[in-house]
Design a protein around this ligand. Structure first.
Ligand SMILES: [Mg+2]
Ligand SMILES: [Zn+2]
Length: 169
């Protein structure tokens, strides 16, 4: 039997014979042991969601969104697994988490799949669908995953960025 590790998709399907749900991957009745053992996954975007997004690999330090560390600590203590993903790549996600001092709560860093993001690609990446996705960009919503859209967080650069956006029209 496969565990619900990276790249292993445990998905339920209803049996035509018994009418009960079973796991397509390992054949056990649903929820299979791999799914039952697994902590529910909460997925966070990186730039302008967990932090200001201006802490590039060689750039200035990323500022964490106020309250983010409290939110992650609470989710962590309630038994959720927290992962970060970023179109800027896994390394950028991890670097940002380090700068924002959030790494104690996070178990993995990932690149985002190709757009538009498909549920299958997400399952292939995590082995399950997240129970919640939190992002500043509503176009990154994944079908079948509850979604919370947060406002863009720019940190102390907010005025500067607003100015840049306004000048660019
Ligand atoms: Mg973002
Ligand atoms: Zn299974």
């Amino acid at each position: 039997m496969s565990r619900a590790g990276e790249g292993v998709a445990h998905r339920r399907r209803r049996s035509d014979v018994t009418g009960r749900f079973y796991c397509v991957e390992c054949g056990e009745y649903w929820p299979c042991a791999a799914v039952a053992d697994r902590k529910p996954l909460v997925l966070f975007d990186v730039d302008n969601t967990v932090g200001c997004g201006l802490g590039g690999l060689n750039g200035p330090c990323c500022e964490p969104r106020p309250g983010m560390s409290l939110l992650m600590a609470a989710l962590f203590m309630l038994g959720y697994e927290i992962r970060l993903w970023s179109a800027g790549g896994a390394e950028h996600a991890e670097k940002t988490a380090e700068q924002c001092e959030l790494t104690d709560f996070i178990t993995g860093y990932h690149d985002k799949p190709d757009y538009p993001i498909q549920a299958d690609a997400v399952v292939a990446m995590f082995g399950c669908l997240p129970v919640l996705s939190i992002d500043n960009d509503p176009t990154e919503r994944v079908e079948g995953v509850p979604f919370v859209e947060v406002s863009d967080y720019w940190g102390r650069h907010a005025d500067e960025i607003e100015g840049i956006v306004m000048r660019r029209g």
